[in-house]
Design a protein around this ligand. Structure first.
Ligand code: PMP
Length: 329
């Protein structure tokens, strides 16, 4: 039976028209940050973006943006690949991101989305002779993909785009057609997420998260050359695993069958955070329970992102000046 896909889902909860965004060089209500239907980036996916989280710490009464500089650096790298000239410096972009979070007066975990795109109303297939635009918006955000007891995933029939087709290390808007096909199919077939193989049949990543296996107490993750996005959470997890748990982390190619043989499996990403996977293609991962290494990493990560682990305080950039903040939402 073919599932009825016409049913629409509500828009992202919390993404309201009157939230404060940044567009055309100034802060404005999100409802005013609109584009023309002839916009190049809308027609061809010629844009790039970032996904950044900020975490509310009730103890500190503070909102902390996680790894702000790393996200801004990756955004600049993505823009360079697409020949997008940003109208501001890295430091200025950090300030704009903080300003959007601050002006919304959020007191909850949020997601921040900077986006840059080819904005001329043009059908010409070019990246060079065309104008660029840039915007930031933000909204309250909880779990991206979560299931008590761990995610159930499938291996997608859609292969992960190859770096020789669309640059996989850049967060290119158009490449998310590939991710959406895999993720949508997985959901319609009753799974929480999709793992994606490269065209050569080896593991690449999930639709919008990196993937890790644990085997024999060692951690394994596909290398950057296996068509993955250079995940910022991936780096954080590698650092925590080595420094806090003293584990060996190997970045190496993973064949399809090895996925089924893992003692533990988990996804990492800004959206998904650290989420255990407990079945793949209806095969249990080990006993089908979230594994101890996954849970130890998730718990440390959860503390570090709210600035509760002093060794990782540099991951967290405060949004509010301590005295200035009076609170709202
Ligand atoms: N791969 C893809 C395709 C993604 O969209 C994301 C989310 N940004 C990730 C991996 C994870 O990257 P990060 O940890 O930097 O969010």
């Amino acid at each position: 039976m073919v599932t009825d896909t016409r049913q629409t889902r509500p828009p992202t909860p919390g993404l309201t028209d009157d939230s404060v965004a940044y567009f055309k060089g100034r802060l404005c209500p999100l409802r005013d940050a609109t584009v023309n239907v002839a916009t190049h980036g809308l027609n061809y996916g010629t844009g790039c973006f970032e996904g950044i989280r900020a975490y509310w710490s009730p103890d500190d009464e503070q909102l902390y943006v996680l790894k702000l500089r790393e996200h801004v650096d990756r955004f600049f790298r993505s823009c360079a690949v697409l020949r997008i000239a940003l109208p501001l410096t890295r430091d200025e972009l950090c300030e704009v991101i903080l300003a959007v979070a601050r002006e919304n007066r959020y007191r909850s975990d949020i997601y921040i989305r900077p986006i840059a795109f080819k904005s001329s109303p043009s059908i010409k297939l070019t990246l060079s002779t065309i104008e660029d635009s840039f915007a930031v918006f933000a909204f309250p955000f909880g779990h991206y993909a979560h299931r008590e007891g761990g995610l159930h995933v499938c291996l997608s029939p859609w292969r992960r785009i190859d770096d020789t087709a669309i640059p996989t290390r850049a967060k290119v808007s158009g490449s998310y057609v590939n991710a959406a096909l895999a993720s949508d199919d997985a959901h319609l077939n009753g799974y929480d997420e999709a793992l994606m193989l490269s065209a050569n049949g080896t593991l690449s990543e999930a639709s919008s998260a990196n993937v890790f296996l644990v085997r024999g107490g060692e951690i394994i993750t596909p290398p950057l050359s296996d068509n993955i996005l250079e995940g910022i959470t991936r780096d954080a997890v590698i650092e925590l695993a080595r420094r806090e748990l003293g584990l060996l982390v190997q970045e190496r190619t993973v064949g399809r069958t090895e996925i089924y043989l893992a003692d533990e499996l988990f996804l990492t990403g800004t959206g998904v955070q650290i989420e255990p996977v407990t079945s793949v293609d209806q095969r249990l991962v080990a006993t089908g329970q979230p594994g101890p290494i996954t849970m130890a990493l998730a718990s440390m990560y959860g503390a570090a992102v709210r600035r509760a682990m002093p060794a990782y305080a540099s991951w967290c950039t405060p949004v509010y000046a301590q005295r200035e903040f009076t609170g709202a939402h």
